[in-house]
Design a protein around this ligand. Sequence first.
Ligand SMILES: [Zn+2]
Length: 298
Amino acid sequence: MTGNKIKQLRHALTEADAVIIGAGAGLSTSAGFTYTGERFHKYFFDFEEKYGFHDMYSGGFYPYDTLEEHWAYWSRYIYINRYMNAPKNTYENILEMIKDKDYFVLTTNVDHCFQKAGFDHKRLFYTQGDYGLFQCSEACRKETFDNKEIIQEMLRDQGFDIRSDGTLEFPDQGNIKMTISPSLLPVCPHCGKMFTMNLRSDDTFVEDHGWNKAAMRYDLFLQRHKGLKTVFLELGVGYNTPVIIKYPFWQMTVQNLQAVYVCINAGNAGCPKEIEHQSICIDEDIDSVFYKINQVQK
Ligand SMILES: [Zn+2]
């Protein structure tokens, strides 16, 4: 059953004039970005011990007593989820399948995995922001700031070493700090208020020049391929924010008889009746689907 669908998917991708990828949280999970278990324990064991939470999200929401502790937590979180590579090569396998096509990526993920895997940054639109960018917490200007250097400084300040391959080396036992020095607290150079991550969580989200340019490129891409053989490749998109990827993909498929809608999502693959005859829904782990499809090709 799945084997057949994988052949159909391969065929659709081969025939397509354009591929539009829409990616949600399920894709990064499939690539090994898990926020609990071993990965959480490895980098946050001291926070787990002190506060008793067992996953990265809970730790992110915790009201720490001091900003120095808040940023010690967040600098680790940002570094391992934004600057370190995904544990599996899922993104590379996807790129391998579509790299010779005219493609575009629309994603609600903020971990930047597409660009790390070699996708052309001019073909990416990160609608919900990027962990790698800071903005003023009061959004005093429509400006974002690259945070790699300051995040690395915060990690070194806690006692971590950063290896040349980007992975983290732990200090000898007992030497790890759960705070950063006050001089490293990141503040807006314009108004002096605290920086925050450039993530869409409320109405202070800054849509900077780069964001607007990417939005425009996506619009132009859609216009250019209207009515042509297009594959809407939806990967790991749930029902948290379906208005960004899922519903528009359905709608554009209905409007284009040459379009194919693909939904890959373990436990949640489906489509409306109206587009069933134009759809390939694969209820399976994304990583294993792209592993298999590349095997078929060889
Ligand atoms: Zn400001």
